[in-house]
Ligand binder design. Structure first.
Ligand code: DX5
Ligand code: ZN
Length: 224
């Protein structure tokens, strides 16, 4: 995998769950590359969302790869059931993973891509020792827990340092960003080295979600 292509990843968190099938079909037809599924446990983050049942439902509703972001304590408890439910990527937080290398290997054994992330206040160094082993590095650009929050400007420098760290490790991992991504922030993230863009409110909150996906993608192309 290379980091040369822009991936647009709508986050279901901001979708209208009363019309889940339509909302997923809409972003799929609008050119989304992956679908982002935020799993929250009400302990690691102050919010509660969904688990295997919704992953399984999404798997039936779309062919898009499912990018599952685990904001839960003891994430390894869920790897097997999420993989069976159809997750394509499992991304865990370093704050919840005292045995990060073992957990990354476990995710890969289950046939999923292994992603690692950390909160904005957690240093990148928490992932440096496994930089060569991961398939995706996610830089959180808000404090995890809720959609629609403001992008943390200091994240740009962290993305730049993450890009350097992956390049130095000879890693082909994708570099994803999540939180407050929209027309005002995506270009700076792309220029700093991100290639995979999660956006919830910006896409599902737009009057025309499909046009928004195209507009966000164009913001990267224009500045390439
Ligand atoms: C926040 C989640 C995000 C969230 C992003 O904890 O990890 O995926 O859905 O939402 P926006 O794009 O609205 O900031
Ligand atoms: Zn997320």
């Amino acid at each position: 995998m290379t980091g040369n292509t822009v991936r647009m990843v709508p986050s279901l968190l901001s979708a209208d769950f009363g019309r889940l099938a339509d909302q997923i079909a809409m972003v799929e037809a609008g050119g989304a590359d992956w679908l982002h599924v935020d799993v929250m446990d009400g302990c690691f983050v102050p919010n509660l969302t969904y688990g295997a049942k919704i992953i399984e439902t999404c798997r039936r509703l779309t062919k898009l790869p499912l990018d599952v972001h685990l904001m839960v304590l003891e994430p390894e408890k869920y790897f097997e059931s999420f993989a069976k439910s159809g997750a394509s990527v499992l991304t865990i937080h370093t704050e919840t993973a005292p045995h990060l290398h073992r957990q990354v290997m476990y995710i890969k054994e289950l046939g999923c891509l292994a992603g690692v992330t950390m909160n904005p206040a957690t240093p990148l160094a928490s992932v440096s020792e496994v930089a060569g082993d991961i398939d995706l590095l996610l830089i959180m650009t808000v404090n995890p827990g809720f959609g629609g929050q403001a992008f943390i400007p200091e994240s740009i420098d962290k993305i730049r340092r993450a890009r350097r760290m992956l390049d130095e490790a000879g890693s082909g991992a994708l570099l994803e960003v999540d939180g407050g991504i929209g027309r005002e922030t995506i270009t700076a993230c792309w220029r700093a080295g991100a290639d995979t863009f999660v956006a919830g409110h910006a896409i599902f909150g737009a009057a025309d979600a499909q046009a928004e996906i195209a507009a966000l993608r164009a913001r990267c192309a224009e500045s390439a």
